[in-house]
Structure formats: structure tokens, C-alpha cells
Design a protein around this ligand. Structure first.
Ligand code: ATP
Length: 684
């Protein structure tokens, strides 16, 4: 669990985001919709800047990556090929009491005493005996029954009830009498077992209370708990950490949002199948038809890149190694959206598929495959790189990117997935984590981080799958490979062919092909390699825009001291967003709003800067307050136009302004004419 300090910090961040217009709850006026968020004026700019920076770094500043902007809804076969239809599911568990749903792997292991119950008995009779209503209606019943002796107890009570209640004129008494006779007729016993983990610091009664509530939910009015026994457990994930109730067994839950393409046949609201079985048959057929038009909102952007691979290859004038990147919305019906925007149901991704030669092709052409020589950035791409070097290159490139927009290296964690965590087709995956305030802590109390991005070496799995499912070839022809192959000695040819064949055979077998078919196909693939054909392998850096926006916001939030108008220190909240991604780059302030010359000059400066960067003009309120507002918005620069600017204190300061830097609060005098290049240099 996050420490209270972190929770407090998150509360402050969430409140600032709402107050300043970074992030709003979606559909707030209707009570919100869990897992959906809207970005206000500052948040929208922040997200745009993040995406701009990423797109620029991926495409504009490189020769080897092109972009794609694909549709959100695609042919459902795509999700069969990618495995999302069958396997894109998380295991979920439900609280048996509250029905709250959790991702099974997110339930923290717990230790403590479990109260088990073997069943329940309806205990209305007993309850009735102790009820206040009975005491009020027949105050002397206990003494009267006692006089009759133990064996006649029930019969004596029944007679009393008939005499005092059933024959009474008072309808309330009659009702009470009737319910007593009902309760006395039979005691329902059911062997429904249940268990509760006693939460730390709570008395045993609290476990019994939870169990009673559980049975009440199942229709027992006055449940009597049966067969109570206790047992100590360690490391159990079977109980709801919030109330101790037993959870259901883990069950898979598909995360894709389902929809229908084309108008759907829907029966009239007042249609009752019992009225017209024939019409019902018609609607049943229509429903089956609807199911044929099922489609999904994409759960990731990447698949479109694979599905469009051939078109991209034919038009982009690129040769392997090259990449295709895309930014766009993705949707996942997350079981438990949480941690503010971190786990949402609608979010944006920035994904790159970087296609590379299989190592066998690299070795055939260059005589060797260059593997990483040590940790760190391997430098400028080289043609002899194998997948491992490319993978390391992309991990390091992505880390550099995060640093370039203001996330310090020590706030990031490079997490190498362990073999048992890897997807079956992945050769290696590095998750880049950011130490969010709500991240788990290790035993030393250090934040461990949560995933911002995954960088996966996915072999040739994706294109191979689309080749199998679509029946369209996803191979590329590599001139250099074709030229190099005949020059290899026979032993080398045999070794490379064999390695390639084995890799293909393994893939095909895992994909479910029959052994003989897999063998035949793998041999053909190995023969094609010798002629210069192969399915490219891929390195996939896949990042989330919203998670990055949240990381940048968390990283930027800061409370410090700043002088007020009179020079006295006051505390301020400042968002130390990097100038490259800050929603507003520069704020323009005329010193006084009632001096037309100052206002006019300030507007001239605003118009001068506007075409180059995001500018905010503000003339309302004391200058100190205007600074504070911009500090909270994360605006890195403030320009004040004062009487010196107008030349009132001498010609040497005329047409100069005060440029104030948000973080250091340093102020310098700058010529208006120099502002654009100076500021551009800081945001490029
Ligand atoms: P997680 O394990 O956190 O669910 P994942 O490993 O399933 O994430 P990927 O499928 O690798 O995530 O998606 C790539 C990136 O997309 C993630 O690193 C993250 O930045 C973003 N992302 C994934 N799911 C969500 C979500 N529900 N809300 C916001 N961003 C998400």
C-alpha cells in the first residue's frame, strides 16, 4: 500500500489538475464514468505537446521511420490473428459480498485468521423470540411459557400468539402473529460455505458480521452461522483486502470493447416473445445476424501497422530495417480502472514497430551479428546489428526521450521481464517504469515504479500470424541477402538454414499447426531465405500518452517559497514542466492594465511570439498573483512589459522586457527582438 504521504501528494495533484484545468472526470455532471477522463485546456495542450515531441523524435528527426494513422475499428480477423480474441483477458475475481471486481494479480497477498462457515440456517424463530415486537405485544410471555415447562414450551408460546395476536383486532398484531407462525414452521438449513479473513485490528465479531451480511444477501432474513472454525493463512490472495470477504475463483475476462458495424435489428421495446412466437423467431434470426457484424474498438494501435505492412512497404520507400509509428486511441475494458488516469478504459498510445532482419539474414550478409558489448546506448545503428542490439538501442533511445522532456533518469526504472513473465513469442521485453507516488515500495521503502512503456522484441510473430490468417504473404525481398547467399560456404548455408528452419518450426508449432504441416512450411521458409525472402522481425516500443502525461504532472508538482509583491516569502505551488511540453510556453504581463501604452506594447509582444509558441496574455490582478497562476499552470517563462520598456527610464532600456524563469525565478532584461530566438532555443 502507498504510504499516506504519497496518497496526500496524489490528492494534491488531482485537486490541482481539476482546479487548473488539466484533467476532469468524464461526464462529471452525471456522476462520472469509471475509467474515462477528459483533458481540460491545459491538459489538452500538454498531451498535444507530448505527442508532438514523440512524433518529431520518431519521424521528423529520422530517415528510417514513417507514420500511419489507421482506423480504430478494424476487421475482427485482425484480433483473431493477434490473439486478442482468444487470449486478451485478465484473470479477475469478484468479492462474494460486494461484487466488486479485482484483477487477480492485483490482490495483495494477505496473512491472518480466516473464519470458515460450513453453512447457514434461517433463524427467524429464534430471532422472533428475542424481538422487541414480541416483548411489547405480550410483555409476560416468558413467565407464562416458563410455567408450562421445557417440553410444552413451543406449544405454549403458539397458544399465546394465537390468543394475543392472531385474534386481535389490531392488523399490526395479526401480522406479527402470522409471521411468528410462519417462522416456527420450519428452519431452513443450507450448506453454503463461506469464509472471511479477519482484517488486522478487528474483533472476531466483525468477521461474523461480514458472514451474516453475505448470507442476508442470499435471502436469509435472520441467518444463523453454522460450523464456524478458524485457520491461520499466509500469502493468501483469496480475500477482498477491503472487507475480508472471500473472493470468487479467478476467471478470464476479455478486455476488448465489443460493438456492431452497421445498424442493428432491435425488437420494439414493448415486444413480448410470449405474444408472438413467430415474430420472436424473426428477432432471434436478426440477433444471430447482428453477431456476424461484431467488431471491436482496438485494444492497441500496433496491429494496424502489421495489417498494413505490405502497403507501407510498397509506398514508404523504405527497406528493412525501418519502422512505422502511430499515435491513437486504444480501448480496454479494464477490470479495475484506478490510480487516477493511470489505468483508464480509453487512452492513447504511441507505438513504433521497428522491422529488422532476422539474425540469420544479417549473418549471411555481414558474416557476423553484432551483439551488445555492454550496457548503455550502442550508438548509431549499424547494419550488422542483431535483434539484441536493436532492442537495447530502442530501450536507450526511449530513456533518452523521457529525459529530454523532463523526467530525470533516477525517476525511471528499466525492468527486464523475467522468462516466466514474457509473452510466448517475445524474446525480451523491457518495461520502462516511472516512480509514480502510488507505486509499490520495496523492502527499503523505495518506490518501485509502474509501467510507462514496454519495449518488446517480438520476433516475427505478428507478421507471421497475419500471413497465416489473411493468406497474404508478409515476406520482404532483400536484394543484399539474395546477393550474399551464394557466396557463403556450404557449411554456413546449412547452419543458417537449419537455425532459421528451427525458429520457423517452433513458431508454427506454437501457433497450433499440425507437425507435418509445420515441418513442410518451415522448410519452404528456409528455402525462401536462401533466395532473399523472409518475414521481418520486430522491436516494439509501446508507450501510453496518458500515463506519460500523468508522470510528467507528478514529476512537475512542487511546493516551494517565492517572494510576494512586498518581497516577503510565501509558499507557492509550481508545476515544473519542461519547456518542451509545458501547455503555455510564455505568459505576457503588462505591469499595469490601466496604462494603455503598456497594454498596447504587451499585446505587440504577444503577437510577435504567438506564431512560434503557446502564449498566454494576462493583465488581471497584481503581478505577483499573475505569476502564481502561471506557476500552477507550469508556464516556464514570464515576460513583463514595464515603464522601462516604454523608454521612460532612459533610451538604453527601451524595447527591453523582463524575462522571468519559473523555476529559478531569475529575471533578466532582454530585447524584444531577441525573445523569439531565445525562447525557441529553449523549447526545441
Ligand atoms: P499493464 O500491465 O499496466 O496493463 P500492458 O503491459 O498491458 O500494461 P501494453 O499492452 O504493453 O500494456 O500497452 C503499452 C502501453 O499502453 C503501456 O505501457 C501503457 O503506457 C499504455 N496502457 C496500457 N493499458 C493502459 C490503460 N489501461 N490505461 C492507460 N494506459 C495504458
Amino acid at each position: 500500500m502507498a504510504e499516506p504521504k504519497s496518497a496526500e501528494l496524489m490528492e494534491k495533484i488531482v485537486s490541482l489538475c481539476k482546479r487548473r484545468g488539466f484533467i476532469f472526470q468524464s461526464s462529471e455532471i452525471y456522476g462520472g464514468l469509471n475509467g474515462f477522463w477528459d483533458y481540460g485546456p491545459l491538459g489538452a495542450e500538454l498531451k498535444r505537446n507530448i505527442k508532438e515531441c514523440w512524433w518529431r523524435a520518431m519521424t521528423r528527426l529520422r530517415d528510417d521511420i514513417v507514420g500511419l494513422d489507421a482506423s480504430i475499428i478494424m476487421h475482427p480477423k485482425i484480433w483473431e490473428a493477434s490473439g486478442h480474441t482468444s487470449t486478451f483477458s485478465d484473470l479477475m475475481v469478484d468479492c462474494l459480498l460486494t461484487k466488486k471486481r479485482f484483477r487477480a494479480d492485483q490482490v495483495e497477498p494477505q496473512a491472518g485468521i480466516v473464519y470458515y462457515y460450513s453453512g447457514v440456517q434461517e433463524d427467524s424463530y429464534n430471532y422472533f423470540l428475542h424481538s422487541k415486537e414480541l416483548k411489547d405485544a405480550i410483555p409476560s410471555w416468558e413467565e407464562e411459557v416458563a410455567r408450562e415447562g421445557q417440553e410444552r414450551r413451543s406449544a405454549a408460546l403458539e397458544s399465546l400468539v394465537v390468543k394475543h395476536l392472531l385474534v386481535s383486532e389490531d392488523p399490526a398484531k395479526q401480522k406479527l402473529g402470522k409471521s411468528f407462525l410462519d417462522a416456527s414452521k420450519g428452519e431452513r438449513m443450507q450448506p453454503i460455505s463461506y469464509a472471511v479473513l479477519l482484517l488486522p485490528g478487528k474483533p472476531p465479531e466483525s468477521a461474523r458480521k461480514i458472514a451474516t451480511q453475505y448470507y442476508q444477501e442470499r435471502g436469509f432474513v435472520h441467518p444463523k452461522l453454522l460450523g464456524e472454525r478458524t485457520e491461520k493463512v499466509e500469502n493468501s490472495r483469496c480475500f477482498n483486502p477491503e472487507n475480508g470477504s472471500l473472493l470468487t475463483e479467478p476467471a478470464p475476462f476479455n478486455l476488448m470493447f465489443k460493438t456492431y458495424v452497421g445498424p442493428q435489428a432491435v425488437p420494439p421495446l414493448d415486444f413480448d416473445p410470449a405474444d408472438d412466437p413467430e415474430e420472436w423467431e424473426y428477432w432471434a434470426k436478426a440477433f444471430r445476424e447482428n453477431e456476424r457484424n461484431v467488431a471491436y474498438l482496438r485494444p492497441e494501435t500496433a496491429q494496424a501497422i502489421f495489417a498494413q505492412f505490405k502497403n507501407l512497404l510498397d509506398t514508404a520507400r523504405q527497406k528493412v530495417p525501418f519502422g512505422v509509428c502511430q499515435i491513437g486511441k486504444a480501448f480496454r475494458n479494464e477490470i479495475n480502472p484506478r490510480n487516477y488516469t493511470f489505468r483508464s478504459r480509453e487512452f492513447e498510445q504511441m507505438e513504433l514497430e521497428f522491422f529488422i532482419r532476422p539474425d540469420e539474414a544479417v549473418e549471411a550478409i555481414y558474416g557476423r551479428v553484432t551483439s551488445p558489448t555492454g550496457p548503455g546506448h550502442p550508438g548509431e545503428p549499424q547494419p550488422s546489428w542483431g535483434w539484441q542490439t536493436w532492442h537495447q538501442y530502442w530501450v536507450e533511445e526511449r530513456l533518452r526521450f523521457y529525459e529530454s522532456i523532463g523526467l530525470p533518469r533516477n525517476s525511471l526504472v528499466e525492468y527486464w521481464q523475467k522468462p516466466d513473465e514474457l509473452a510466448h513469442y517475445a524474446r525480451a521485453t523491457v518495461d520502462i517504469l516511472y516512480k509514480f507516488p502510488f507505486s509499490k515500495r520495496d523492502e527499503k521503502g523505495e518506490l518501485m515504479g509502474e509501467e510507462l512503456e514496454g519495449v518488446a522484441a517480438r520476433s516475427d510473430f505478428d507478421l507471421s500470424q497475419h500471413q497465416r490468417f489473411s493468406g497474404k504473404p508478409m515476406t520482404v525481398f532483400d536484394e543484399e541477402l539474395k546477393a550474399a547467399w551464394p557466396k557463403l560456404d556450404e557449411a554456413k548455408k546449412a547452419a543458417l538454414s537449419q537455425r532459421y528452419l528451427e525458429a520457423r518450426r517452433t513458431y508454427l508449432a506454437k501457433a497450433g499447426e499440425a507437425a507435418d504441416k509445420a515441418e513442410k512450411q518451415a522448410r519452404e521458409d528456409a528455402e525462401a531465405l536462401a533466395k532473399g525472402y523472409y518475414i521481418p522481425h520486430v522491436i516494439e516500443p509501446s508507450a501510453g500518452v496518458d500515463r506519460l502525461a500523468l508522470a510528467l504532472i507528478c514529476n512537475a508538482y512542487c511546493e516551494d517559497q517565492a517572494p510576494d509583491e512586498k518581497g516577503n516569502l510565501e509558499s507557492r505551488v509550481v508545476m515544473k514542466l519542461h519547456p518542451r511540453i509545458a501547455p503555455i510556453t510564455v505568459a505576457i504581463f503588462p505591469l499595469l492594465k490601466n496604462k494603455p501604452e503598456l497594454v498596447e506594447k504587451a499585446k505587440t509582444v504577444r503577437d510577435l511570439l504567438r506564431p512560434h509558441m503557446a502564449v498566454f496574455y494576462d493583465e488581471a490582478g497584481a503581478i505577483g498573483r499573475r505569476y502564481r497562476r502561471q506557476d500552477e499552470a507550469g508556464t516556464p517563462f514570464g515576460v513583463t512589459i514595464d515603464f522601462d520598456t516604454l523608454g521612460e527610464k532612459g533610451p538604453e532600456l527601451k524595447d527591453t522586457v523582463t524575462l522571468r524563469e519559473r523555476d529559478s525565478m531569475k529575471q533578466e532584461r532582454v530585447k524584444i527582438g531577441e525573445l523569439v530566438p531565445l525562447l525557441l532555443q529553449k523549447i526545441r
